[in-house]
Write a protein that binds this ligand. Structure first.
Ligand SMILES: NC(=O)c1ccc[n+]([C@@H]2O[C@H](COP(=O)([O-])OP(=O)(O)OC[C@H]3O[C@@H](n4cnc5c(N)ncnc54)[C@H](OP(=O)(O)O)[C@@H]3O)[C@@H](O)[C@H]2O)c1
Length: 275
């Protein structure tokens, strides 16, 4: 039997790290897209101590298209791709642009994942029972999406940029469902409130508040990873393809997310942006 391939973005922290461990422990070969060299080294040590061999690292800052392109070229040489988990995500309270002048929340949380998914979609499609998971959030409900001004030329608001990106994850998921007429299994997943490092790249006051709330109410990332692993391997979830899920149950997403004109516009715009 061949070893199954799973690709995970943001695999050195929080939910992504738990997913990496869960998939490797269950016999998958895991392709880990991560940007931080120190975190990669730490995880390498963890793997060596346990004699884990089924992994490959791709050091990529998802804000940088050329770095992602290199990883995609390597990943395209795989014969099959069983699971792609578009997990990496960040909140930028202060506006930041990438080297092409595009706002980073949009690029890291959405556009890079669009690029990765579209580039690998033929391989994913030809792999039997393969799955794509797009990690979204309840916050998508607070989006104020203006696709004509993705860069927030006026009045940047980091939370709104984050909410918009999480809505885009769902719009993309629904569009893939439509374009591929459910010949590809794709799921938009709301992981709920999870105890991770999310938001820790921001000023200390916000970090303090996030950590306070997290320590009190959030779930363990390993529990959420278990759900996502089941979603990616259980036959019973094939019928849920193209849907938005919370704890592996189909739930409703916001009204905006179902708008096909928005899904189409975002798709066309994204294709142009990645050339
Ligand atoms: N935590 C929650 O309660 C919650 C709730 C709803 C949705 N989510 C979503 O869950 C996903 C995982 O987040 P998390 O909670 O596990 O947070 P986390 O611990 O901060 O993990 C986020 C991961 O994304 C990676 N990442 C961020 N910017 C990147 C970039 N430019 N290039 C490459 N990788 C980058 C991070 O890498 P570094 O470690 O190098 O920064 C990290 O591995 C995100 O999509 C988030 O929106 C989280």
């Amino acid at each position: 039997m061949r070893e199954k391939n799973c690709i995970i973005t943001g695999g050195t922290s929080g939910l992504g790290l738990s997913l990496v461990k869960k998939f490797i422990n269950n016999g998958f070969f895991v392709h880990i897209i991560a940007r931080d060299n120190a975190k990669i080294k730490k995880l390498l040590n963890y793997f060596y101590e346990r004699n884990f061999k089924s992994f490959n690292f791709y050091q990529v800052d998802l804000a940088d298209e050329s770095e992602l392109k290199k990883a995609i070229l390597q990943l395209k040489s795989l014969s099959e791709i069983d699971v792609l988990i578009n997990n990496a995500g960040a909140l930028f309270i202060k506006k930041e642009l990438n080297s092409k002048g595009i706002e980073k929340t949009f690029v890291v949380n959405y556009l890079s994942h669009f690029f990765l998914t579209i580039s690998l979609i033929d391989l994913i499609k030809k792999t039997k029972n393969s799955r794509i998971v797009n990690i979204s959030s309840t916050f998508h409900k607070f989006a104020k999406l203006n696709l004509d001004d993705i860069n927030f030329s006026k009045n940047y608001n980091g939370w709104i940029a984050y909410c918009n990106s999480k809505l885009m994850n769902i719009l993309l998921n629904y569009k893939i469902g439509r374009v591929y007429d459910n010949s590809i299994n794709c799921y938009a997943v709301n992981p709920g409130w999870v105890n991770t490092n999310f938001g820790n790249n921001n000023p200390s006051r916000l970090r303090f508040l996030l950590n306070l709330a997290r320590n009190k109410f959030a779930k363990k990332p390993s529990n959420v990873a278990d759900d996502i692993y089941n979603l990616c391997t259980g036959q019973e979830y094939l019928d849920y393809s193209g849907k938005y899920l919370l704890r592996n149950k189909v739930v409703k997403s916001s009204k905006l997310s179902y708008r096909q004109d928005l899904q189409d516009k975002l798709w066309e715009m994204s294709l142009k942006m990645i050339n």
